[in-house]
Design a protein around this ligand. Sequence first.
Ligand code: CA2
Length: 147
Amino acid sequence: MRKMLILNGPNLNLLGLREPEIYGHRTLANVEALCVAHGERLGVSVRCVQSNHEGALVDEIHAARGTVDGVVLNAGAYTHSSIALHDAIAGTQVPVVELHLSNIHARESFRHQSFIAPVAIGMICGFGVRGYTLAMDALLSHLEGDR
Ligand code: CA2
């Protein structure tokens, strides 16, 4: 059975509690349950982790190497700042699909740059919570060698 890690970064533990106009009404627990249920449909085992700490996210990417087939990563604001996450993905070669709830290109200019994008398979953004299942589909399709 294939394994996926759903990795969420800083402040995503606040989902559903603040700024629902941007990030929606669903909580992180709702999102994680959705991912696990989608994994069951796909026949994929899913582990979900959230951390507010950059180093802990780097550790998760390192631990993913050889233990999971791929990662769906919403690195939150670290997307726009973290060379450490960029290097972790490049160094481990773990397949990563970058995911954002909001359309980062339609927001402030400081959100337009992603340090994850150059080392990710691809990016899904702007589809809200549904983006997580779209990202899982895209990751599985990539792992199965679909073009
Ligand atoms: O759109 C996304 O998923 C983001 O990764 C979310 C990050 C933001 O810094 C990125 O530019 C885009 C912010 C996550 C914070 O989530 C909150 C949720 C509810 C209330 C406050 C913050």
